[in-house]
Design a protein. Structure first.
Ligand SMILES: NC(=O)c1ccc[n+]([C@@H]2O[C@H](COP(=O)([O-])OP(=O)(O)OC[C@H]3O[C@@H](n4cnc5c(N)ncnc54)[C@H](O)[C@@H]3O)[C@@H](O)[C@H]2O)c1
Ligand SMILES: NC(=O)c1ccc[n+]([C@@H]2O[C@H](COP(=O)([O-])OP(=O)(O)OC[C@H]3O[C@@H](n4cnc5c(N)ncnc54)[C@H](O)[C@@H]3O)[C@@H](O)[C@H]2O)c1
Lengths: 215, 215
DNA sequence: ATGGTATTGATAATTTTTTGACAAAACCTT
DNA sequence: AAGGTTTTGTCAAAAAATTATCAATACCAT
């Protein structure tokens, strides 16, 4: 219930799902949502939903549930959607450009402040609101405006090196899109967002299904 | 130890990390890896590594560890990297195009067999090896070659509708990149790979750090 | 206003996951 | 060839996460 307590990791990973859902509900004009409704919509149990929301600064009301406006507000606050985070993307390849041109980030509190590459031919080009800068200028650029999050969108072979550059520049949170585990000091948080891993998870599920259907 | 047993979900999510690591080791010419070495490299405990690998069809050897070639082989097999999966991408926008042009998927057993969009202007364009086709032709195209996996790369507002088209076309596994929970029948597996959620996870970690440093 | 009822918040039970511990295995050195 | 040592595989313990349960709450219909 207190914001200073540590929220368990599995809960943190579900919070964005609650936020998406409650935003949809509000768009539909729904003002109250019970734990059961939320659970059904997201494939959870109502008990899990209530446990999870007990970590938020919010109380539900008997017979009505949780007020959607209030729920959205606390979720946005916990997930940092209310304050603007400054983000740099390293790697202006296919994926880096797609991210830079993706408008939805700014609406959720993530402003792309820089896009860096080592390829001279790319430098100066604009993608979204970001101009490609030389990777050699990373340190000086990051010095100008405090950068919260670095996104690694370079080939796996360069991922560790880029991670170290980000750490040296003082970045405390890294989103790693490369298919490679990166080592960082313990004061830096890394989250991997690997599409390949998700595909492999699906491939495992498909393999299991085939086995089961064979008997 | 038997391939027919159900491997726990947390284990499945770690397997791709082991695969990445063991492939790197092999490239370096390393032939044996102990659970401790693997644990150190990936930020786990050696106990967890041994537990996880006990689900694979493989045995380590005292004083040497696991043979990297064998480990890679069983991981590839479990994660479906040995057989080719047929994949379609729905949505030829920034993200869909980046995926279509991403060469690494084919090397891991995922062949992009189709790229679909509803925008007439995009139809016929080539991205990677895939030509953009009309979403209206999804059913007939999927009929021609058995599609294993569908990737949703359309705006959130269209995600549910696209999911239903994929299900109707007989697709059994869906990778959802849209920031929206989709509902599918229970025989279909969905994995969400949402970059936004990963960023929000980082934002939470940053918020916590700030709190702690304030005392 | 009152009573029936749906839904919360809290606690307890259960299940799952992670970690610890150690005998057995088999390597390597001498 | 034997002994010391490292590392596995397994089992047990601990920790964490999920689910079930239920008294308390406060809504809503009458
Ligand atoms: N494209 C996808 O759909 C996709 C999906 C999942 C993961 N990924 C991963 O994301 C990463 C980028 O993928 P991509 O498709 O954009 O690759 P890409 O080859 O299109 O782009 C990589 C970019 O990084 C730049 N680069 C290389 N080394 C650098 C360095 N040391 N410093 C700065 N810039 C450097 C290159 O010049 C290039 O512009 C890869 O690790 C890839 O595996 C990509
Ligand atoms: N671009 C990113 O970096 C990024 C990152 C994370 C998540 N996403 C998510 O991925 C999805 C796609 O993002 P994007 O940046 O590629 O968007 P985009 O607007 O560039 O592309 C979306 C494409 O989908 C097509 N489309 C829309 N409705 C369709 C339908 N019913 N059937 C077929 N095609 C349809 C559009 O014509 C368009 O070409 C979004 O849900 C977005 O939130 C994108």
């Amino acid at each position: 219930m207190h914001s200073s307590e540590q929220i368990p990791h599995p809960v943190i990973r579900r919070l964005p799902k609650y936020l998406v859902h409650v935003q949809e509900l509000r768009e539909e004009g729904v003002e109250w949502a019970s734990s059961q409704e939320i659970a059904d919509a997201l494939g959870l149990t109502s008990s899990t939903v209530r446990q999870d929301l007990s970590h938020m600064e919010l109380r539900g009301i008997s017979k009505k549930g949780y007020e959607t406006s209030q729920l959205e507000a606390v979720l946005r606050q916990v997930l940092g959607a209310d304050i603007m985070h400054h983000v740099v993307i390293i790697g202006a390849g296919h994926l880096g450009r797609a991210l830079a041109e993706h408008g939805a980030f700014a609406r959720r509190g993530f402003e792309i402040c820089g896009l860096f590459d080592r390829d001279e031919d790319l430098i100066g080009k604009m993608y979204g609101n970001a101009e490609v800068m030389s990777i050699d200028d990373l340190a000086t650029q990051v010095g100008k405006v405090k950068i919260d999050i670095g996104i690694i969108a370079v080939p796996s072979s360069a991922a560790q090196q880029v991670a170290e550059m980000l750490v040296d520049a003082g970045v405390k949170a890294i989103l790693n899109l490369a298919y490679k585990h990166i080592q960082v000091p313990s004061h830096v948080t890394v989250v991997d967002a690997r599409i390949m891993e998700s595909l492999q998870e699906l491939a495992y599920a498909l393999g299991k299904k085939k086995e089961v259907s064979r008997g």
